[in-house]
Design a protein around this ligand. Structure first.
Ligand code: ATP
Length: 301
């Protein structure tokens, strides 16, 4: 198993009587592009803020690069090795794009002037524009430029695609994959755009109610799940959902759509015993796996 860049165990955090993190566990392997998924309020930003030392959890542990994030001594060193984009896009409002870049550069010895120029061109960022006059998408682009240019070993991106138009999202996705491939940078990003996540992530975690529901390599998850489409010559029985490995069953007259998480071959063989049954097997999308775990009507993408 490859080294973990982020390792979280049993993390808990409450705001007053509201529990935001309820024993969250997470392991992000080195060099992975890791999609951190969950519906609104699941606890993604709270987790990210804890990793960045912006808030303190009540209990549990979180290590980045093998060091505890709540250790004051280690925190500064950790932050220098991370490039991050947060929801707040905390940029100084009295600065221009150029001023913000010049202000940030000296904090990082490994600043990459080549990447700075590449992203200024790619994102068509106007150097002399004041930050409050930038659009939301432009502010996101500037945050991404700053995060990438400082030569970080780990990028933590909280909804980086939010507010960007589809052409820029496409470019950004390609760039993120290139950064990992060329430099071995680990990318940990939250997003609601499941097709985008599916396009670039090699690992995902789905969280809900501050707990991890599912985590692992995307290929393994997708290989585990299959959808079986069944057409019968008569009304199918009502107990298909009880077969071992069946997660859910949707029915429409003589048709069934069955989601299985294991034993797909055995389940298909049993379904073929139904009167006049035709059974077909389909791969599932990340969105289907997500909806299966956190329920319908709860995500976009
Ligand atoms: P979204 O996808 O909508 O950004 P999220 O998964 O990032 O959601 P969090 O922002 O981590 O979710 O919030 C988790 C829960 O904690 C939510 O119910 C939220 O209302 C609550 N919460 C977060 N920060 C605070 C705070 N400072 N004070 C009170 N409650 C908070």
């Amino acid at each position: 198993m490859s080294e973990a860049i982020i390792e979280i165990q049993g993390l808990r955090k409450s705001f007053g009587s509201h529990t935001a993190l309820d024993g969250l566990d997470l392991r992000v392997p080195a060099g992975s592009v890791f999609g951190f998924l969950g519906r609104n309020g699941a606890g993604k930003t709270t987790t990210i803020k804890h990793l960045l030392g912006l808030i303190k959890a009540d209990s549990g542990s979180a290590h980045v690069f093998g060091q505890p994030v709540d250790d004051r001594g280690a925190a500064v060193g950790i932050r220098r090795r991370i490039g991050f984009v947060t929801e707040e896009k905390d940029l100084y409002p009295y600065m221009t794009v150029d001023g913000m870049i010049r202000f940030t550069r000296p904090f990082f010895h490994g600043w990459r002037h080549d990447l700075e120029q590449r992203y200024l061109d790619l994102f068509a960022l106007p150097r002399d524009k004041l930050i409050p006059r930038l659009s939301k998408g432009m502010r996101s682009k500037l945050m991404i430029l700053l995060a990438i240019s400082h030569g970080a070993e780990l990028l933590i991106l909280d909804e980086p695609m939010e507010g960007l138009d589809p052409t820029v999202v496409e470019q950004l996705l390609r760039e993120l994959v290139a950064i990992t491939a060329e430099r071995g940078t680990t990318i940990f990003f939250s997003s609601h755009q499941l097709p985008d996540v599916e396009q670039i992530a090699d690992h995902v975690a789905i969280i809900d109610g501050g707990k991890t529901l599912l985590s692992g390599a995307l290929d393994d998850l997708k290989a585990r799940y299959q959808r079986l489409s069944v057409v019968c010559s008569a009304e199918p029985p009502s107990d298909v959902g009880r077969l071992d490995g069946v997660e859910s069953v949707r029915r429409s007259g003589r048709m069934l759509s069955v989601l299985v998480s294991r034993n797909a071959d055995a389940v298909a063989a049993q379904l073929r015993q139904l009167p006049g049954a035709l059974v077909e097997c389909f791969p599932v999308t990340l969105k289907e796996v997500f909806l299966e775990h956190v329920g319908n009507n709860k995500c976009s993408g």
